[in-house]
Design a protein around this ligand. Structure first.
Ligand code: AMP
Length: 315
């Protein structure tokens, strides 16, 4: 079966990152703060997904975004014809990680060229079988979905910023989503329920066929009408920068689904483990560095490690 291409929309960004401990940069120098790190939900997700299938990106960057990053993406089979270069500054996000290197505070979000962005699908994009509506304003996610012709699978990601700020539009998006991917804190915020099993039930009643709740270093949970599946995270010795882990997870997960063309409960379980493996490469270095050379065989090797981690055997 031919791999099915994925259309994705999301942010392409400059991130300013602050860490609780000195962290090695690309050259090995130790620093606690990093500026102008290339990031964004579409950047991370497309780098991860392109280890599996062709990817088409819809996004906007400013005049300051490095052409080299777009070239790296193209070299991996990412079609960047849908990346608009607007006159202005690229989206910017600033985050400070807590001592646990899991939780973080958003110190600043500057929409810049995203403020006036009208997503337009490049020719041929509208028939993409899989679509990942990455974390951006839900109105933009809906605009992309409206331009699609009956996609086989609609996956959406979002964050607390939009759950609190745009609940009504987000509700409309969630109702049209096959698979919603959020983290535990977001699931609690969205449902108003602390218990995750109950929160998942509440969210599934709002429309999506299935739901993934990410739990950082504790792995992720999948919920659908057939039940629950738990995927552990890989236990890594060197966790450097968790930024983009969620987006790489979503990219790897969709990449697996596009490569195999099945979206049943069993395929979702396997896809989650592939997403987990993709995310494990992301967190090992600052920014997108760990994903730029990521291959399918790198991922399958880590999937085997996850299998061994969870193998229970016969009793
Ligand atoms: P993750 O760590 O997977 O949640 O993704 C982090 C990436 O999301 C960073 O590279 C940011 O540039 C991007 N990001 C942060 N806040 C937003 C936002 N409000 N809208 C779109 N992208 C965002």
């Amino acid at each position: 079966m031919d791999p099915k291409p994925i259309l994705m929309v999301g942010s392409m960004a400059f991130d300013d990152l602050e860490f609780p401990v000195p962290t090695p940069d690309a050259g090995g120098a130790l620093k606690t703060s990093f500026e102008d790190v290339v990031g964004g939900s579409a950047t991370y997700a497309s780098l991860a997904a392109s280890a599996f299938v062709p990817v088409r990106v819809v996004a906007v960057v400013g005049h300051d975004f490095p052409e080299g990053t777009l070239e790296t993406m193209r070299a991996r089979g990412v079609d960047t014809a849908g990346v608009e270069r607007a006159d202005g500054l690229t989206f910017r996000w600033k985050g400070r990680y807590h001592a646990d290197l899991v939780n973080r505070d958003t110190l600043d979000t500057q929409l810049n060229v995203f403020a006036n962005f009208k997503p337009k699908l490049a020719p041929g994009y509208g028939t993409s079988p899989l679509v990942l509506l990455g974390n951006i304003h839900p109105a933009l996610q809906l605009e992309v979905l409206d331009q699609m012709q009956k996609p086989e699978l609609v996956v959406a990601d979002t964050m607390n910023f939009w759950i609190s700020g745009e609940p009504e539009i987000l509700g409309r998006l969630i109702a049209r989503t096959d698979l919603l991917i959020i983290n535990d804190e977001e699931a609690r915020l969205l449902s108003g329920i602390h218990n995750l099993a109950k929160a998942a039930k509440d969210i599934l009643a709002r429309g999506p066929k299935c739901l993934i709740i990410k739990r950082g270093e504790h792995g992720s949970l999948f919920f659908d009408s057939e039940g629950v599946f738990a995927a552990p995270a890989l236990l890594l010795e060197h966790v450097v920068d968790p930024t983009g882990a969620g987006d790489s997870f979503a990219g790897g997960l969709l990449g697996y689904l596009g490569r195999h063309g099945r979206y049943d409960h069993g395929a979702m379980r396997r896809a989650m483990v592939h997403g987990t493996a993709a995310a494990s490469f992301c967190v090992e270095s600052v920014g997108t560095l760990g994903l730029r050379g990521l291959s399918h065989s790198h991922i399958t090797e880590r999937v085997e490690r996850i299998r061994r981690l969870t193998h229970v055997g016969d009793t």
